[in-house]
Ligand binder design. Structure first.
Ligand SMILES: Cc1ncc(COP(=O)(O)O)c(C=O)c1O
Length: 396
């Protein structure tokens, strides 16, 4: 039989999706499953975006420009200017989601065997993109006890080798909900300049910051123009995960010119999704105000409910819509599967994402799960009730 590549064999399964068959099984048995496992918001997509597609009069669904249309990139640059990020249309390559932006970025700046340092726990697909690109993730551990703040900068420095090409951060963080401060970004700026590295910042959750805290982008840091690459996406901002539009933003012309070659090879981002994404830039501010208020409410509810449960440890998120919860179990993977296969409370159960897949250090996060607060408050309260009862039964 023809054989599969070793790269293919090494590709990690998504920790977020691998429990799906068990969830399907539960649903077939008539059990309602509350999905706390994925970052698919239940928030409505802005009407302007939906209307733009509905009213579009195109007669041929043609390829778009590989880097995205001039109009869209110009409007995007104006959106960034509103967020104190000074870039122009030529600093942007439109991609098929933030996922492709990450892949193109890895491909543009790293060769097989190169290393990228990432604070862990991190967005699990960074592992997949790294394997696909033949590069090695070097984790630097952030801790639940510190709310997943940036690890001491000396810890990064210890890990730098001749193969290190970049540091990658997610800000605000998935799965931690941590929001890096300006001071933390500046510490990273110093080290990437000192060692001549790239600083890749995945800022797809930029809008989702709470408690009056403001997002500080790596693109706002003076003197870092040649080092920074920002990853962005419409998926979470406009609750348009299925549109599949993102972008790479960098003032480094060589990076953009190289990423463009990757973009040309795949021809074009999806045309209808571009129409929706361009229109979405006209979303009124009150949409975001309402969405943020909703998430703050959900976060407050979820954290308050979790804190009532004995034996749980939870890091309070300052942004995005996830939190890591440490459970009084040995193996959260087994527990998550058991929740779907063997447990229900009045015919309801929950699906969570075991956190080990968000770590690349073997053995870390085994007793942790990620919870996404993408459900309404009532469902979150019910979900924590189910978790509490489940833990009592499981630990008996
Ligand atoms: C941190 C982070 N980066 C990137 C992505 C990729 O998003 P998309 O490809 O939908 O833009 C996600 C999706 O959940 C994410 O959480």
């Amino acid at each position: 039989m023809p054989s599969i590549s070793s790269k293919g064999k090494q590709m990690p399964e998504s920790p977020i999706r691998k429990l799906v068959p068990y969830a399907e099984g539960a649903k077939k048995r008539g059990v309602k499953v509350f999905h706390l496992n994925i970052g698919q918001p239940d928030i409505k997509t802005p009407q302007v975006a939906l209307d733009a597609v509905k009213n579009s009069a195109i007669e041929v669904v043609a390829y778009a420009r590989s880097e995205g249309s001039e109009e869209y990139r110009t409007k995007l640059a104006a959106y960034y200017a509103n967020n104190d990020i000074q870039v122009n249309a030529n600093d942007i390559i439109v991609t098929t989601g933030g996922s492709e932006a990450l892949l193109f970025t890895f491909g543009s700046i790293m060769d097989t065997g190169d290393e990228v340092i990432i604070p862990e726990p991190f967005y699990a697909n960074y592992n997949g993109f790294s394997t696909a690109s033949g590069i090695t993730v070097v984790p630097v551990i952030s801790k639940i006890e510190d709310n997943f703040a940036l690890p001491p900068i000396e810890e990064f420095e210890k890990l730098i080798t001749p193969k290190t090409k970049a540091i990658l951060i997610c800000n605000p963080g998935n799965p931690t909900g941590y929001l890096y401060s300006k001071e933390e970004i500046q510490k990273l700026a110093t080290i990437v300049k000192k060692h001549d590295l790239f600083l890749i910042a995945d800022e797809v959750y930029r809008e989702f910051t709470y408690d009056g805290l403001e997002h500080y982008s790596v693109m706002q840091e003076d003197g870092l123009e040649q080092h920074t690459i920002m990853i962005d996406s419409v998926s979470k901002r406009y609750s348009m995960c299925g549109a599949r539009i993102g972008c790479i933003v960098s003032k480094n012309k060589e990076v953009i010119a190289t990423a463009l070659k990757f973009a040309q090879a795949r021809l074009s981002p999806p045309t209808y999704a571009l129409i929706a994404s361009e229109a979405a830039l006209d979303t009124p501010q009150r949409y975001f105000d309402d969405v943020i208020n909703e998430y703050v409410d959900r976060r407050n509810t979820l954290i308050a409910e979790l804190q009532k449960v004995e034996g749980l440890k939870v890091a309070t998120p300052k942004g995005a819509f996830y939190c890591i919860v440490e459970l009084p179990v040995k193996n959260a993977d087994n527990f998550a599967q058991w929740l779907l296969e063997d447990f229900h409370l009045n015919n309801e159960t929950i699906m969570v994402a075991p956190a080990a897949g968000f770590y690349s250090t073997e053995g870390l996060g085994l007793n942790q799960v990620r919870i996404a607060y993408v459900l309404n408050k009532e469902d979150l309260i019910r979900s924590v009730q189910i978790l509490k009862e489940a833990l009592e039964t499981y630990n008996q």
